[in-house]
Design a protein around this ligand. Structure first.
Ligand code: MLT
Length: 302
């Protein structure tokens, strides 16, 4: 029987499907397949039988792809399976960068008595005043499964949406609203947009694409959102840009000590895909990929 080692816990529906068909093992060394979310991979030299690795998520940067290729191990991911979960958190971040929801909630918690509220609420209303996103320019860099959903959501919220992706697939282009303006280069987005959200994998070309030079192209007060990969942003440069006011807010799913607690930073601990629905979708897709490969030799999303 095929033995599968899960390096991270997976949603129950995926686990049920897995254990109905295969044996779940805690021993990496004897595994025929490995299922992983964000954990670091063990040394591949230890796993003599390993034929497939499935990542329950989109990014594969925690998997040594070269080493897998060398050893003939097929690597799968689950593109799109958590896209809606990530999109919803991006939109929440967009809203939180525009309206001081956290400031308002903290104020209410600190001013609980009727008397305190009565005395200072008018002041609080101006202190926490925000701005509206309708009519503002949203730039989406990377129009894969998540980027397209974010672009469409921004469009529905009345934003003027610009998108950029040198590899935009026909499938994703067809899923996009016609009201989204496609531009050729990310520089056009850096120059034009009030809100810029990045949805690209971490590659040589995208590593630290948000840096001193690219932020210098942006309008003062631009809001940057990064729910994709930590190293897309140079955190030293971001710190400086926040201090100078060049960047109005930095919303990120990758907390970093360099920018922690800074004014304008809204950081979450990589929660984009942490919804019941996304976790179910990723687990089921990853298990099916392993099964389809083990049973039929089919390779999809590799
Ligand atoms: C992804 O690459 O899709 C995310 O990192 C998924 C996750 O949070 O596990």
């Amino acid at each position: 029987m095929v033995k599968v080692n899960c390096l991270n816990p997976i949603a129950n529906c995926g686990l049920d499907l897995l254990t109905e068909n295969y044996e779940k093992t805690d021993n990496f060394q004897e595994a025929d397949a490995v299922l992983v979310r964000s954990a670091a991979m063990h040394d591949l030299e230890l796993a003599e039988n390993l034929a497939a690795v499935a990542r329950a998520g989109a990014g594969v940067n925690n998997i040594p792809l070269d080493k897998c290729a060398e050893k003939g191990i097929v690597v799968f991911n689950t593109p799109g399976a958590n896209a809606n979960g990530v999109k919803e958190l991006v939109i929440a971040g967009l809203m939180m960068a525009s309206r001081d929801i956290i400031g308002g909630i903290n104020w209410v918690n600190e001013n609980k008595s009727d008397e305190a509220i009565g005395k200072t609420m008018e002041k609080a209303k101006s202190k926490f005043a925000g701005r509206e996103i309708q009519g503002k320019k949203l730039g989406v860099i990377g129009l894969g499964a998540i980027g397209v959903l974010v672009a469409n959501a921004g469009n529905r919220l009345g934003m003027d949406v610009y998108g950029c992706d040198p590899f935009l697939s026909v499938e994703h282009a067809l899923n996009m609203s016609r009201d989204i303006t496609l531009v050729k280069t990310r520089e056009e987005i850096f120059r034009e947009c009030d809100y810029i959200t990045v949805h690209v994998p971490l590659l040589d070309d995208t590593r630290e694409m948000i840096n001193k030079d690219t932020m210098a192209m942006m309008k003062d007060g631009t809001v940057i959102l990064n729910f994709a990969r930590d190293l897309l942003v140079n955190d030293d440069d971001m710190k400086e840009a926040l201090e100078s006011g060049k960047i109005g807010a930095y919303v990120t799913d990758f907390p970093n000590p360099k920018t922690a607690n800074m004014k304008g930073v809204i950081a979450t601990p990589h929660l984009g895909a942490s919804t019941a629905e996304s976790e179910d979708n990723c687990a089921i897709m990853a298990v099916r990929e392993i099964m389809d490969y083990m049973e039929n030799g089919n390779i999809k999303n590799s």
